[in-house]
Design a protein around this ligand. Structure first.
Ligand SMILES: [Zn+2]
Length: 473
């Protein structure tokens, strides 16, 4: 009899352990971090740059590379070996390949259900946070269905009808309907659909409790609802602290946790890609570090809920064809510390100069280069650098400052572009494209189901793995 009682006790003990294990393995929080244009070399460049600043040849590790599981992801789309952000975003959101330029529809024209839509239908909270416009390709891939990623107004209307709980980033890129389209201003439409609009982090915190759904944008977008916002400012140009990912991510997490027992949050570091398109190494590295700060915020949450959380950090594609070499056996990333603004702001400075003066002198230009790039003071120029710069100056004068280089997001002053190319060459960063490349990108993971994210995989594999982590409980 005693044995039987002991056996019963033992069995009930076993059952309680099983129940505990099952409960502890329940995934309630999924974080999906997407660095736009963050290939393995962008990550390494950021780590080596930080080490060089400390006088070391080493890697000063980012937090993302310290996650326990890591793999490589191939990113080609259905239509080309080199993907664009909409096709890649669609695959990262649905697990299916599609054609470049397409959002939420596969190459056969079938409408796809995204992981965010699926979880929303199951009662989860859903949030999308980015450093670019909230209707830009990567966030839009989670809620929009469109064969035209540039049809921003229509995509914006789909955002307002998504019923997702939280959006944050730069405002709508095209808040007003185009000629021939009809409809309300997108901010007005969003309010009509029950969204509370907040201009900045403080307002978001104040309205967090009462807001049923929230859209957080810079205050400028609510002061002028017609403003065509495209992105936050670059970190290197002094993005305000409250718009850094490290400030926005906690607001997103607190909002979702306050209103939902389970939630899915996508965080995009969207401007690494912009700097890649501009072949701007210093700006690229600082955007990668901002993205890694979002990983840090997510890890703070993870450390409080390790048994219920899955964190996946990856990229949609590589941008710029970045190589960590140009010649010889040398990298000199530390020189980039002397760059004090992005190629965009340098371009604006030079354009302003050429507008203000009919015929600026070399000394006018030189003082801008001294101020913005420490040229001739901390950064010494070789004879080749100097000849190239002088040639670009002569061309700038001949064109009255109008000579420009067309990059995806901005036509930059050609003289400024030459100066940025020179400092990148001094760092020995090799940019081989003004566009994306087919280079593989990393994936890092921690938490429940994270062990699946190892090896050489395809970008179609990520969503099934996330689904498996959630359903295996
Ligand atoms: Zn992209």
């Amino acid at each position: 009899m005693a044995n039987f009682t002991n056996m019963k006790r033992f069995l009930s003990f076993l059952v309680s352990i099983c129940v505990c294990l099952t409960l502890s393995a329940e995934v309630k929080y999924v974080f999906y971090l997407i660095g736009d244009g963050v290939g393995t070399n962008q990550v390494l460049a950021a780590e080596m740059y930080r080490a060089e600043l400390e006088g070391k040849i080493d890697r000063n590790r980012l937090l993302m590379t310290q996650l326990p599981y890591c793999g490589l992801v191939a990113t080609h789309s259905h239509s080309n070996s080199i993907t664009d952000s909409s096709a890649a975003g669609t695959t990262l959101a649905t697990g299916q390949k599609t054609n470049n330029g397409t959002l939420g529809i596969n190459y056969k024209g079938d409408t796809l259900t995204t992981i965010a839509e699926q979880l929303k239908a199951q009662g989860w909270g859903v949030g999308l946070l980015t450093t670019v416009a909230i209707d830009h390709a990567t966030p839009a891939a989670f809620y929009a269905k469109s064969s035209k990623r540039d049809d921003y107004y229509t995509i914006g209307t789909l955002l307002t009808r998504s019923n997702f709980d939280f959006f944050a980033g730069a405002g709508f890129h095209k808040p007003e309907p185009k000629k021939g389209q009809s409809g309300l201003n997108l901010y007005d439409l969003a309010e009509q659909q029950g969204y509370t609009l907040v201009g900045g982090v403080e307002q978001a915190k104040q309205k967090s409790k009462e807001a049923e759904k929230m859209i957080l944008v810079p205050a400028r977008d609510l002061e002028n609802r017609q403003l065509e916002d495209e992105n936050l400012s670059y970190v290197i140009d002094g993005r305000p602290e409250e718009l850094m990912l490290r400030s926005l991510a906690p607001v997103a997490i607190d909002y979702l946790a306050e209103h939902h027992e389970r939630f899915f949050l996508m965080i995009e570091g969207g401007m690494v890609d912009y700097a890649g398109h501009g072949r701007d190494g210093a700006t690229n590295i600082l955007e990668t570090l901002d993205f890694d700060d979002a990983v840090r915020v997510v890890m703070d949450f993870y450390n409080q809920h390790p048994d219920e959380t899955l964190v996946v950090v990856t990229a949609d594609h590589e941008t710029g064809g970045l190589s960590l070499a140009t010649q010889k056996y040398i990298l000199n990333l530390q020189v980039l510390q002397h760059q004090h603004c992005s190629s965009w702001v340098l371009s604006d400075d030079l354009n302003t100069l050429f507008k203000a003066k009919k015929k600026p002198t070399w000394s006018d230009v030189r003082s801008i280069l001294e101020k913005r790039l420490d040229f001739y003071t901390e950064v010494k120029l070789s004879a080749e650098d100097e000849a190239e710069l002088q040639d670009a100056f002569r061309k700038a004068v001949r064109s009255r400052g109008k000579a420009a280089v067309k990059t995806l997001y901005k036509d930059v002053n050609a003289l400024g572009n030459t100066a940025i190319a020179i400092i990148n060459r001094q760092a020995h960063l090799g940019w081989t494209s003004y566009g994306h490349s087919a280079a593989s990108v990393p994936v890092f993971a921690i938490g429940q189901g994270a062990e699946q994210f190892t090896g050489w995989m395809d970008n179609t594999d990520l969503v099934p793995k996330i689904r498996k982590a959630i359903s295996d409980q």
